[in-house]
Design a binder for this molecule. Sequence first.
Ligand code: XMP
Length: 317
Amino acid sequence: DWTSEQFIEATVADLQQQIGNDKVVLGLSGGVDSSVAAMLIHQAIGKNLYCIFVDNGLLRKDEFETVLDSYKHMGLNVKGVDSKNRFYDALAGISDPELKRKAIGRVFIEVFDDEAHQIEDVKWLAQGTIYPDVIESMSVKGPSATIKSHHNVGGLPDFMKLKVVEPLKTLFKDEVRLVGKTLKIDDTILGRHPFPGPGLAIRILSDVTPQKVAILQQVDHIFISNLKKTGLYDEVWQAGAILTPVQSVGVMGDERTYEHVVALRAVTSIDGMTADWSRLPYEFLADVSNEIINKVKGVNRVVYDISSKPPATIEWE
Ligand code: XMP
C-alpha cells in the first residue's frame, strides 16, 4: 500500500542520486503542488534548490507577502521577485481572455528566465507537475500549456534547456496533500483553494488595470475571509469574485451612483472538471454583500453565480 512516508523516503533518495551536487531552480506559485515539490526537493538537496516566487500583480490581497513569509519559515531558499509592472504593462489594453493568458505566460517566462540566469551553473528545472497535469497536457489552459506553446515560437528561453525534474508526476492531488502534511507544510498552504495561474486577470472581464485589480482584491478578500470565518471555506472547492464591466445605478443618500457589478462564484467539485454552485446560506451571502457594498468604493451591486459546470465554466473567462 502507498504511504506518504515511503513515498518521501524513496523520492528523496532518488532525487539525491539523480541531482547530486547540482543546482536546481523551481518556480513557486503559492499553490499546493509547487510548494510540496519544493519541500520534497529541499529535503533532498537543501540550499542547492533555488526557488523563485514571482509577484505578477494578479494575486489575492496580501498573498505575495504572506506566502513568501511562510516559504521562508519553511526554510526554503526563496527569492521573491516584484514584477507587477511588467505584467501590468503587458496587459494594458487587452480584453481578450486568451490574449491575456498569452501575455501573462510570456512575461512569466521572461521574468523566470532572467532570474534563472542569475543562478550560476544551474542544471535542473524542477516542476510541481502532478499526474492529472500529465494526462491533461493537451489542454489549452494552464501554465504548462502556455510554456509548451512557446516551443514553436523559435528560440527557447534558456531555462527550458535545463534538465527537468518532476517528483510529483505520479501523484493525485489528495496524495500530494498527504505528502505535504507529512512534510509538515502549513495548512494555510495545503488547504488552499485552486487559483488560476493568470490570477485575477481572468476575473476582470475587460482590460486589466492596477485600479481594477485593487477593487477586485478588496472584494475577493471580504468574500474569502468570511468563508474562513464561518467555516465554509473547506466545504467549497473554489471561490472567488469577478469584476464585471457592467455598471449599474444605485443610490447613496441623495446621490445616484453608477458603479461596477461584482459577481461571487463558489463551487463544489471533485476535480474541477465538473462543478456545482455552492448552496451558501442566504444570511452569509447577505452579510458578504453588505460588507462589500459598504466598504469597497466603485462597487454598488453584488450578484451570486448559480450556474453549474457544464456548461458554465468555473472561471468567467
Ligand atoms: P474552468 O474555468 O475551465 O476552470 O472551469 C477549471 C479549473 O482550472 C482553473 N483555470 C486555470 N488554471 N491557468 C491555470 O493555471 C488558466 O489559464 C486557467 N483557467 C482556468 C480554474 O481556476 C479552475 O480551477
